[in-house]
Design a protein around this ligand. Structure first.
Ligand code: SAM
Length: 353
């Protein structure tokens, strides 16, 4: 079988053997990539038409107790600028976002003990009351199962928690001693069991990644079958342990986006900020490789530069929620239409709030 045949088989069966996935990742050519992107676009079009779902990203806190070796806001980065948003700050971001046309708010932050269950449920239930027609997505790292339940009951709909890598040894090289992949995975299964629409994913080109760890990532995605999959290139941060590593490859990210779309036709897949950071047209390329979601930044403008996960992180132009018209234009130029919509997974049971 050649790579074109592998891609056809992947589209037909929505899965490939471990060996074929590995060969595809190791040997794909420009021609294979453009074929994969073309087929991924077709599949995305069949399921979602030309609609692009937008999510307003609110970066809640740059404090973090974790020390993930790749991340700019890791605990040990003493030079990181730290901030926290209050409930009123968050509600004010939601108000701006709602007026702009956002119907999903993604609240993301470091693992910050300040946001106890009491504080977080108050924030979530206030958004729920004020915006009953909007989806609330949380991305706050690992919390207890009890905490996930309370937040779900308070009105959160979705939870994003990237698994980062599905290879135990690789996981150990990206995180401090004592953190384990099996724990991360258990969190994802718990979130699913509670009823969240779940998102997971990984960085492309993280240090020590190779095609065999990537194949494990793809097979884990297939097994977990999350509603959302977020992947984007690793980008170094000058204060992180991995400051001297290269950023992840654009082509490999696009190939993986296409493969994931072919494997999981109904998944919600963002074209990420990190893709827009490594290439001026990265976000558009991501859409052309099968993505169907974008997440402009809705955080207060004065904190955006403080949530610096990696160097040169984009937060202006199309990345900024207030410049939605720029994003609409850019999406329109490649045949997409930004819609005012919650953009739930077709698999999700929408709860009656
Ligand atoms: N604390 C939450 C968590 O761990 O899920 C959410 C915030 S965390 C900073 C969000 C994501 O940023 C991580 O899952 C990671 O994949 C991504 N990230 C962190 N550092 C990065 C880097 N240097 N390059 C690209 N992505 C990065």
């Amino acid at each position: 079988m050649n790579n074109l045949e592998r891609l056809i088989k992947l589209e037909n069966d929505q899965i490939l053997s471990e060996a074929d996935l590995r060969i595809l990742l190791d040997t794909f050519t420009e021609k294979d990539l453009s074929y994969a992107m073309k087929r991924a676009r077709k599949v995305r079009e069949r399921v979602f038409g030309n609609k692009v779902y937008i999510r307003g990203l609110i970066e809640l806190t740059s404090y973090c107790v974790c020390d993930c070796l790749y991340c700019g806001i890791r605990r040990e980065n003493k030079n990181a600028e730290r901030y926290r948003l209050s409930k009123d700050d968050v509600l004010s971001c939601c108000r701006t976002g709602y007026e702009l046309g956002f119907r999903t708010f993604v609240i993301q932050g470091g693992e910050d003990p300040y946001y106890t269950d009491e504080v977080m449920t108050e924030i979530v239930s206030s958004i729920r009351r004020a915006y009953p027609d909007c989806a609330i997505t949380l991305s706050l790292g690992e919390r207890s199962k009890e905490s996930y339940k309370k937040l779900y009951e308070a009105g959160a709909d979705r939870y994003l928690l990237r698994h980062e890598t599905a290879d135990e040894e690789h996981y150990g090289r990206l995180h401090p001693k004592g953190e384990h992949l099996r724990v991360r995975m258990k969190h994802l299964w718990d979130l699913k069991e509670i009823g969240y629409q779940v998102g997971t994913g990984f960085m492309v080109g993280s240090p020590f990644q190779n095609s065999s760890t990537l194949v494990k990532d793809l097979l884990f995605l297939k097994e977990l079958n999350p509603e959302m999959v977020g992947i984007g290139p690793f980008v170094p941060h000058h204060e992180s342990v991995f400051k001297d590593f290269e950023h992840g490859s654009l082509d490999l990210t696009l190939m993986l986006l296409s493969i994931i779309r072919l494997m999981m036709p109904d998944a919600l897949i963002p074209s990420t900020t990190s893709l827009g950071t490594i290439h001026p047209r990265g976000r558009e390329f991501g859409m052309e490789a099968g993505a169907n979601v974008v997440m402009p930044n809705l955080s207060p403008t004065d904190v955006r530069k403080k949530y610096l996960l990696y160097d040169n992180k984009a937060f202006t132009g199309c990345e900024a929620a207030e410049s939605l018209s720029l994003l609409e234009k850019s999406m329109d130029s490649i045949g997409f239409q930004v819609v005012v919509h919650r953009g739930d997974s077709s698999r999700a049971m929408i709860r009656n709030k």
